[in-house]
Structures are given as C-alpha cells and as structure tokens.
Design a protein around this ligand. Sequence first.
Ligand SMILES: *Cc1c(COP(=O)(O)O)cnc(C)c1O
Length: 395
Amino acid sequence: MEFFLKYLSDELNNIKEEGLYKSERVISSSQSTTIDVNRSDVLNFCANNYLGLSNNPMLIKAAKEGIDKWGFGLSSVRFICGTQEIHKTLEEKISGFLHQEDTILYTSCFDANGGLFETLLGSNDAIISDALNHASIIDGVRLSKAKRFRYPNSDMNALEQMLKDSQDCRTRLITTDGVFSMDGYVARLDDICNLAEKYNALVHVDDSHATGFFGKSGRGSVEYKNVIDRVHIITSTLGKALGGASGGFTSGKKEIIDMLRQRSRPYLFSNTVAPAIVCASIAAIDLISNSSNLIDKLNENTNYFRNSMKDIGFDIKDGVHPIVPVMIYDAKKAQLIASDMLDEGVYVIGFSFPVVPKGEARIRVQLSALHSKEEIDIALSAFEKAGHKHEVIQY
Ligand SMILES: *Cc1c(COP(=O)(O)O)cnc(C)c1O
C-alpha cells in the first residue's frame, strides 16, 4: 500500500511538473452566462450551454413537475422496472426530431458510445474511425472485436483506401464526431456518406456538439450537411445544448435500437435516466421544435464574435460553429491570457498539449444564445487588452 501510494504521488508530481495537472475552479452559482467563480459576475465563455438552457425557467419547471409526478428516481434498470411513460415519450420525441425510426436512452453519451460497437459488430466486421474522435468512441471501439482502422482527421482519401482494404469484412462502420470539439470543424459528412454508399458501409455520427442548435433547425451536423436521411446511427448527449444535465442516446433503424436494448451493456446494467432529467429534456426538445429564436440568436452571436476577433487581428480557426478556437500557439501565453481575462471578469480556458497538438495551444471560446451583444463586447475588449499585453496581436 505504502509503495503504491508513493507511486501515485510521484506520477501526480510528474503531471504537475509537465504543467498538465488539472485543477477545478469551483463555481458558487448556477450555470449561466454570468457565474460566480473566484469573484462574482464572471462572464462565462466556456460552457457547452449553447442555447442557454442550463438555467432555463421552463426546463426547471418541467423538471420540478417531473419529480412531483414521477418521483426522484427509479432504482432500477430499464428492463426490470425502470421504464416510465416519460422515457418512451422522450425516445419518441428524439426519434421524430432526428428523423430516425427509434431511440434508446443512456445515462450519458459516453455510455451510448461505450455500448454501441461491441453490441453490433463482431470479429468479421470493421470499424473505420476518424483520428480526432471523442474518447468515448475510442473506448467503445476498443471494447469491440471488430477490426480497427483509423484515418487522419477528415482525410477522405485515407478513408477511401481503408474502405478498399476492408472489402472482405462483413459490415464496415464509419464512425465520426459530427463536430470536432477542439477545432469547431464540421465533419465532411456528405463526402463520408458518398463513400459509404459507394462501398456499402454504415455511418455513425456522434453529434454531441451539434444536436439541438446546429443546422437550420437544430437537428445537428447531419442537418447542416444535409445527410440526416443518409446516416445510419446517431449518438448524442442531453448534457450539452439540450439542458446540460446529463444523459445520452442512440437513434437509428429500429432493428439497431432493438438489438441495443437486448445486448448493450451500459443500458442493461446501469440505472435508468432520472424522471426530472427526462421531463426537462422533453421540454427542451419541444422548445427547440417550436421556435428557432435561440438558434438564430446563437448564430448571430457566433458570427459577430468570429468577425470581430478577426478584425481585432486574432488568428482564429475558420468555421461557422460556436466553438471558436483562438490560436495562441504558445502554451504558457495561452494560460496567461486566460488568467488575465478572468481578472477582467471573462472566463475562458486555454488548451494545450496533449489535448491539442504541441505548438497549437489555443483559447477555446464557446458562444451561447444567451450572451448579449454587450457581454460579447466585454469579452472582445478583454481579448484585445490581453492580446496586446502578450504580444499576440499588433497595434
Ligand atoms: C461531450 C461529448 C460526449 C460525452 O457526452 P456525455 O453525455 O457527457 O457523456 C461524447 N461524445 C462527444 C463527441 C462529446 O462532445
């Protein structure tokens, strides 16, 4: 025991020495565009709260009514005594929203991905995965016995070569994030679907950074790239735009979803999603389906911020997504800028190796529909001031 604890503390010290130790800032308010962290009323530009629903009164009301009517929890997995009418309702709502035949809920998208590949694919099959896919896809793929191929991010030539190399496999599944979270890049889903059709492969998209707000009516990158009827499996989260609590799901053809209900281990052996979350998620999808106001406002904010940052002279990764990577390149500078900005009352986070490649440190800004123009202007001036101080932009 002594030996083992010594080993752990040495490892932890190494992590600290490499500057990779993550400490958690403690928030003493609810999640919103202004939060209390270190000081009160800090403007928050680093949550996945794309539509500002984390603290939305309609969702909170739905969650409270959900507790009153359906109780706090089910103390059961779905197939024993953990399925209520609301679980069925939410699954149907998600299927309708995403134009898919059926949907299965999980307690997280991490679990949805963890229980996907192993259940559907065996040693005669192949999984072809984008190198920048989320950790939960990587772990899910590891659990499966299928052959594994990995193509460099969005490299369609490499993907095509792998489709050729795997022709003898029974089923090939291409798996990709819909939006890559460190760059805000959208996957080339139209090209991927073309290749999948040419080589008779299936397509899985994890749309966690897109469901609810991206694409014309918020159906995600699959809508933005106009492939909603051409992909075969969509996984996503309830923990980002759709209220930000927790929970995830898999949508697709009914045979696929039915098989997941029979065999997917994180579904079979983990507790059902709590009623308050289910009821609030139903309200979230209704809200998005009934009005595009929040989506429009988010797009307006994203365009305004992206254009203004370019005008100020910052180097940002091109795109249209509310994830805006502000490229600083130098890891130390990125930390210093983030820290200076917090002193100015603007909360942003610097990302460096190993989360992003060496020499590509950045500050990742995330816009929300709830940010006002005045609040974005405050962030822009704080960026400008810190950018000059650390010589990232010139006068
Ligand atoms: C956030 C995220 C997840 C994890 O979602 P949870 O519901 O929090 O487990 C999975 N995949 C992608 C692409 C994500 O961005």
